[in-house]
Design a protein around this ligand. Structure first.
Ligand code: FES
Ligand SMILES: [Fe+2]
Length: 426
């Protein structure tokens, strides 16, 4: 039972703020058996970069579970419980082997699926290895990222391939691992809070994005087959710039270039990033992403990385805070009952409602339905930037209506008639 904080109505009233409400555990706790943790476990989650798998195993923690990932010398990737089932030694000190990983302590050998291949210290007639299995999760390697599925084996979904992995004229590259010292939900809420682009990234903390982001957009929100999208429409002289950012269930989002300025007319452009916020535990999160890089350039501008991790001196972070500082600054787990949500928080409210609905559906026994795929096996998404030549309406109120109607109409077209993309090859 949580208690809402007092809505203070008088100056010098902090003394009345003695109630300390708890966080919203239904949406924020991710350990095994928690409602949100069980929901997130129904989906493939990135757990490391392919490049991080060397001849040494790697200890990781995902949703409160200590695990070890490794690629054995036959090329198979394992994701096993970290602690050896014999007497608990950490397999991060194990020996990656031709087949599986061998515990350093007494030499038990585990295959990538958890089957115990050898127990060399036991009598030859021991049946221990035939009776016992070590805990393992299925893995899937895709374009520089290693994914694992931490849910019930019999419910393992197909690995989703999003259309942005195959967008003509682009390629995807796995990005660095980024740590945030906060709960996973506030990272995803940030993706449905386009108003912060006009403040944190433009007006209040130096210009991290183009000046045009400083103009408050006309905002609409819409459900999509994979989650929800915001539709931010701005006037830039004779152009209408339409930006869509999309939250994709359960913990992914895609967003467009922060160097866009809406000044040059162009058709729908794909997002620059597809990003997961994978909980390490309730108060730490690791972000993995694919950059979606247009052909002809080496990489997207590094400004997109500004302020995403704790990599700057404290004073600089105070003077020019980035997303990391704003999000971690909300506390390690934001306490919803201490917030005062306002008009600009519509996206955050809708996102929480959407997640809560799916989490509760699962609690009631309704398994998540995979997002639809097209004839080529691709899952369609909608994040994009489009700049159209549409001169302003005669008056400002009429132009606001024009912007909103244009945004909704074009967004609906994208959702209803996705661009035809080549067949998925991998
Ligand atoms: S603790 Fe791993 S083999 Fe003994
Ligand atoms: Fe941001």
């Amino acid at each position: 039972m949580t208690t809402r904080a007092v809505f203070l109505t008088e100056p010098y009233g902090a003394y009345k703020h003695t109630a300390v409400p708890r966080e919203d555990s239904e949406l924020t706790h991710v350990g095994p058996g928690t409602p949100c943790g069980e929901y997130l476990r129904r989906f493939w989650q990135p757990v490391c970069l392919t490049s991080e798998l060397t001849d040494l195993p790697m200890a990781i923690k995902i949703m409160g579970e200590d695990l070890v990932v490794f690629r054995d010398f036959s090329g198979q990737i394992g994701c096993l419980e970290l602690h050896c089932p014999h007497r608990g030694t950490s397999l991060e000190f194990g020996l990656v082997s031709e087949k599986g990983i061998r515990c350093c302590y007494h030499g038990w050998l585990f295959d990538t699926d958890g089957v115990i291949l050898e127990t060399p210290g036991e009598p030859v007639d021991s049946t221990m290895k035939d009776r016992l299995c070590h805990g393992a999760y299925p893995t899937h390697e895709f374009k520089g990222l290693v994914f694992a599925y931490l849910g019930p084996t019999e419910l393992k979904p197909a690995f989703p391939v999003y259309d942005t992995y195959h967008w003509p004229g682009t390629r995807i590259v796995a990005n660095r691992r980024e740590y945030n010292d906060c709960n996973w939900l506030q990272i995803k809420e940030n993706s449905m809070d386009p108003v912060h682009l006009s403040f944190l990234h433009t007006r209040t903390a130096g210009t991290q994005f183009t000046d045009e982001f400083g103009v408050l957009a006309e905002l609409e929100f819409m459900d999509t087959p994979v989650g929800m999208t915001y539709i931010a429409t701005r006037r830039v002289d004779e152009n209408v710039w339409l930006r869509m950012g999309e939250f994709m269930l359960p913990n992914i989002h895609q967003f467009g270039a922060n160097m866009e300025n809406g000044r040059v007319e162009h058709p729908r452009q794909p997002p620059i990033m597809c990003q997961w916020a994978v909980p390490i535990d309730d108060v730490q999160t690791v972000k993995f992403s694919y950059r979606i890089i247009p052909d002809g350039i080496d990489d997207i501008p590094s400004i997109v990385d500004f302020g995403q991790i704790n990599d700057r001196p404290y004073e600089e972070r105070q003077r020019i805070p980035g997303d990391y500082d704003a999000l971690v600054g909300q506390r390690d787990i934001t306490v919803h009952d201490l917030e005062h949500l306002a008009t600009s928080d519509v996206g955050v409210i809708l996102l929480r409602n959407l997640l809560r609905k799916h989490i509760r559906n699962l609690l009631e026994g309704q398994e998540p339905v995979p997002a639809p795929t097209d004839d080529n096996g691709l899952t369609r998404t909608n994040a994009s930037d489009t700049v159209m030549h549409i001169p302003a309406a005669p008056t400002e109120p009429e132009d606001v209506i024009l912007l909103r109607e244009t945004g909704l109409k074009v967004a609906q077209q994208y959702i209803n008639n996705p661009q035809q993309l080549p067949k998925s090859t991998d």
